[in-house]
Design a binder for this molecule. Structure first.
Ligand SMILES: *Cc1c(COP(=O)(O)O)cnc(C)c1O
Length: 278
């Protein structure tokens, strides 16, 4: 097309993500961290606000909150699901709570509807679905559950563009706000608010489009591997699994061990790639 950024591949990748996440709008950005940053800015998070964040997640989830001047309030996770416990979220709510950043850690869907009922009306539920593209909670697509959803296309995720991310939403006004802040704050020929450059190039979108077409095959390959690990590890460690009826994205297969370093070495000696989970 001759267009290297903000061209037709951006729109095409966004259309694919709209379908995959079953939402009205998707806005591609330069990373999952950029997506999270734009999401908290779009709902007006700032100084004096509190945002509830899992104590165990990738650090970007809390970093973007701190960058706005708001306070990330860390709540414990359930060691079995590795996602926040809805009761812990309820206990952490104060009159300053503006949002909860719910993470589907390692691609395992969080207990969304329980978190929804754990917070008062007016508290926004934002979704860090960085590793959960294709995962489903009670039949609903992860990345399409929150007022805004955030995806990552880092090489460790399910679909990768090398670096990249996206914000999803059903709210047209929020989608317009995210698009504007992604692009310096431009709205048509005007710049009513300051913005950033969080765009994703057409070249990277082209890489994402072809992968997204294979999303089902990518997920099935991960499911086969997870089942094989599960079969071999059962009886030795607690094997991860999604809640009944959910679909796990299997961004990572994470187990907890006492003799971690020995196990890591033994796996590596056998040619099986493994690392300390973060
Ligand atoms: C990977 C990840 C991020 C950050 O995404 P980047 O694209 O690396 O910026 C944020 N949150 C979670 C849960 C992640 O897994």
């Amino acid at each position: 097309s001759g267009q290297l950024t903000m061209g037709p591949k951006v729109a095409e990748f966004e259309a694919g993500l709209v379908e995959a996440c079953e939402v009205e709008h998707a806005v591609v950005v330069s990373s999952g961290t950029a997506a999270l940053h734009l999401a908290v800015l779009a709902v007006g998070i700032g100084p004096g606000h509190e945002v509830i964040v899992p104590a165990y997640t990738f650090p970007a989830t809390a970093n973007v909150v701190a960058l706005t001047g708001a306070r990330p309030v860390l709540v414990d996770i359930d060691p079995e699901t590795m996602n926040v416990r809805p009761e812990a979220v309820a206990d952490a709510v104060t009159e300053r709570t503006r949002a909860v950043l719910v993470v589907h850690l390692f691609g395992r869907p969080a207990r969304w509807e329980e978190i929804e009922t754990a917070v008062p009306e007016g508290v926004e539920l934002l979704e860090d679905a960085a590793g959960a593209l294709g995962a489903r909670r009670k039949g609903r697509a992860c990345g399409g559950l929150g007022r805004l959803g955030c995806l990552s296309f880092h090489p460790r995720k399910i679909v990768t563009t090398g670096e990249g991310g996206a914000v999803t939403t059903n709210d047209e006004g929020l989608a317009e706000s995210v698009k504007s802040t992604r692009h310096h704050g431009w709205r048509n020929a005007d710049m009513p608010a300051p913005g950033l450059n969080y765009r994703l190039s057409d070249m990277l979108c082209a890489v994402g489009i072809t992968q997204l077409r294979r999303l089902e095959a990518l997920l099935e390959a991960r499911e086969r591997l997870a089942a094989a690990y599960g079969e071999r590890l059962a009886g030795h460690v607690q094997v991860p699994s999604p809640d009944e009826g959910d679909r796990h994205g299997w961004q990572a297969f994470v187990v907890q061990l006492d003799r971690r370093d020995e196990a890591l070495q033994a796996l590596r000696d056998a040619g099986i790639e493994a690392q300390i989970g973060t």
